[in-house]
Design a binder for this molecule. Structure first.
Ligand SMILES: *[C@@H]1O[C@H](CO)[C@@H](O)[C@H](O)[C@H]1NC(C)=O
Ligand SMILES: *[C@@H]1O[C@H](CO)[C@@H](O)[C@H](O)[C@H]1NC(C)=O
Ligand SMILES: *[C@@H]1O[C@H](CO)[C@@H](O)[C@H](O)[C@H]1NC(C)=O
Ligand SMILES: *[C@@H]1O[C@H](CO)[C@@H](O)[C@H](O)[C@H]1NC(C)=O
Length: 351
């Protein structure tokens, strides 16, 4: 290890059971350059747990979907949270994690759920695209089609996606002998919440046929929403996440809301065990980058407003010149010529 990596590794502690289960997100680093056609490749990321290595060896053809899901999770998480103080940027460190993702916080809850949804999503889509030899289109829906259409086309194979995806993402949690029982229940719960949001996103998509788009014949199939839609649903659940404790209820231990421990947690809510800092100031021990120098929006009233983003510290304004294509003219046939226009925009960054 280089000295830098070593120093990072000391800062990025993975508490037992608390972030080992999302270390596969680190596959983005080396995973794309691998052919995934030899079982030796499964040892590439030494942080895959033995059960995941077994799954990999038996299902090499799935691994491109796993790598793709890891990439999508990193990208979409950062896009979805770009207007928040905590903006998911630390996910880039996978397979190392800072405390914001390693201490059972609501941030880790949403990343677990998103990663779980992303993997099943990626596999379900790859099946439909014909990229995986062991699966194909989803089965024809059991519901009777409406009067105006028939089932056809090729639906996403959600069933296979859920089966293989949950086996892979839950394996490190199920096989972990160390670590808190609470962490185990919490992580399995949040993984399942991610998959439930994915299931709920299944919608009927249709294509029209018939003379010149008359739509006299319509074929429909069940398809999943894009992952960004699933991520914004999970973001709402993140904002409403419930702090839980693990306690004996009757004959077994269950997760129950800490403030209101009279009901079991709902299958639809994200849960966490440790409160997060406000992410206003930089504090590496807490996994907070702080919001100094973050862009804020002067006219917004949401989480990206200068007031909320900058935590009341105020902001600096500066102007930036952006170059855009403008006055575009179309020339027959077939090209477009544009001028370059300069425009100055005001930007605001937190003090
Ligand atoms: C795996 O793929 C690589 C690159 O496509 C190829 O060179 C190699 O021979 C393949 N290995 C096997 C066992 O098929
Ligand atoms: C990526 O591959 C390099 C070279 O094989 C290895 O040293 C490194 O540890 C790998 N990184 C990860 C995150 O697996
Ligand atoms: C996310 O926050 C970090 C740390 O404050 C910052 O460096 C980065 O630019 C932010 N990313 C986006 C997309 O705003
Ligand atoms: C700022 O927020 C306003 C209101 O939400 C929005 O219309 C505008 O596009 C935002 N500007 C930028 C630069 O994001």
């Amino acid at each position: 290890m280089s000295p830098v990596v070593l120093r990072l590794a000391l800062l990025f502690i993975c508490y037992p059971g608390l972030c080992s289960a999302i270390q596969w997100l680190g596959l983005t680093i080396n995973g794309s350059s691998v052919a995934w056609n030899e079982s030796e490749h499964c040892r590439l990321l030494d942080r895959l747990v033995p059960d995941q290595i077994q799954l990999c060896k038996r299902n090499l053809e799935l691994m491109h979907s796993v790598v793709n899901a890891a990439k999508q999770t990193k990208l979409i998480c950062q896009l979805t949270f770009s207007d928040m103080r905590w903006n998911c940027s630390s996910i880039e460190n996978a397979p190392y994690f800072t405390p914001d993702l390693a201490k059972g916080t609501r941030e880790s809850a949403v990343v677990y759920a998103l990663a779980s949804a992303a993997l099943s999503h990626s596999i379900a889509r790859a099946c439909a695209a014909g990229d995986i030899p062991t699966c194909s289109c989803g089965s024809t829906p059991a519901e009777v089609p409406g009067p105006s259409f028939r089932w056809g086309g090729c639906g996403d194979n959600l069933r296979y996606g859920l089966q293989m995806g949950s086996a892979f993402v839950d394996a490190p949690i199920k096989s972990s002998r160390s670590g808190m029982q609470t962490a185990k229940f919490m992580n399995l719960h949040n993984n399942a919440v991610g998959r439930q949001v994915l299931i709920d996103s299944l919608e009927t998509k249709c294509k029209c046929h018939g003379v010149s788009g008359s739509c006299s014949v319509k074929t429909c199939w069940k398809g999943l929403q894009d992952l960004s839609g699933i991520a914004s649903e999970l973001k709402s659940k993140y904002l409403a996440a419930t702090k839980v404790i693990h306690r004996q209820i009757g004959t077994r231990k269950q997760l129950v809301p800490k403030e209101l421990d009279i009901r079991p947690v709902r299958d639809s809510e994200l849960v966490y065990v440790n409160s997060s800092p406000d992410y206003c100031t930089s504090n590496p021990k807490l996994g907070s980058c702080g919001t100094q120098d973050r862009l804020c929006n002067k006219t917004s009233v949401g989480s990206d407003s200068c007031n909320l983003m900058c935590c009341g510290r105020g902001y600096n304004a500066y102007t930036e010149t952006v170059v855009e294509r403008c006055q575009c003219k179309y020339f027959w046939c077939c090209y477009v010529v544009c001028k370059k226009c300069e425009r100055t925009v005001e930007r605001y960054v937190c003090k």
